[in-house]
Design a protein around this ligand. Structure first.
Ligand code: C2G
Length: 130
C-alpha cells in the first residue's frame, strides 16, 4: 500500500485542484490531504476562505481520489505527518518547487507536479466580481 500526501487550502474547489488530486493518487494507492484550517489560512497565508474548513473538508471527502483528510495547522507538521501516516510520497504543485525537499530526509519521495494553467481561486473571485 503506497501512501501519498499533499496539502492545501482547496477553497472554491476547481478542476485545477482535481487535476492535482488525480495525479497525486496515481502515484500510489492511498491519498491523504492535509487541509489548511481557517486559522492557519488566515494567520499564515493571509487567505480568507469562502468555505469553512468543515465545508472544504466535506467537498474533498467527496472526491474519488481522496482517502483521508487531516487538518493542516502549521507549516512544520509535515515531518511528523510523514511518519505518523507512514507516507511514501509527498506531492505538491510546482509553484512550491524546492520548498519541501527536506522531507526526503524523512524518507519520503518528494514530487512537484505542473499546475493547471489559467484556473485559480483568485481568478474565479475576480471574474465573478466583474
Ligand atoms: N493547484 C494546481 N493548479 C491550479 C491551482 C492549484 O495544481 N491551477 C495545486 C497547488 O499547486 C497545490 C494544490 O493545488 O498543490 C492546492 O492549492 P491551494 O489550495 O492554493 O494550496 P496552497 O495555498 O498552495 O497551500 O503547506 C502547503 C500549503 O498548504 C499549500
Amino acid at each position: 500500500m503506497k501512501r501519498v500526501i499533499t496539502y492545501g487550502t482547496f477553497d472554491l474547489l476547481h478542476y485545477g485542484h482535481i487535476n492535482l488530486l488525480r495525479r497525486a493518487k496515481e502515484l500510489g494507492d492511498y491519498l491523504i490531504v492535509g487541509l489548511s484550517t481557517d486559522e492557519f489560512n488566515w494567520n499564515e497565508k493571509k487567505k480568507k476562505c469562502y468555505f469553512t474548513y468543515e465545508q472544504r473538508k466535506q467537498l474533498l471527502e467527496s472526491v474519488r481520489y481522496v482517502d483521508l483528510v487531516i487538518p493542516e495547522c502549521a507549516w512544520d507538521q509535515k515531518r511528523k505527518d510523514v511518519h505518523e501516516y507512514h507516507v511514501d510520497t509527498f506531492v505538491m504543485g510546482d509553484d512550491w518547487k524546492g520548498q519541501f525537499d527536506f522531507l526526503e530526509e524523512e524518507g519520503a519521495e518528494v514530487v512537484y507536479l505542473p499546475r493547471t494553467p489559467e484556473i485559480s481561486t483568485t481568478r474565479i473571485k475576480k471574474d465573478l466580481n466583474k
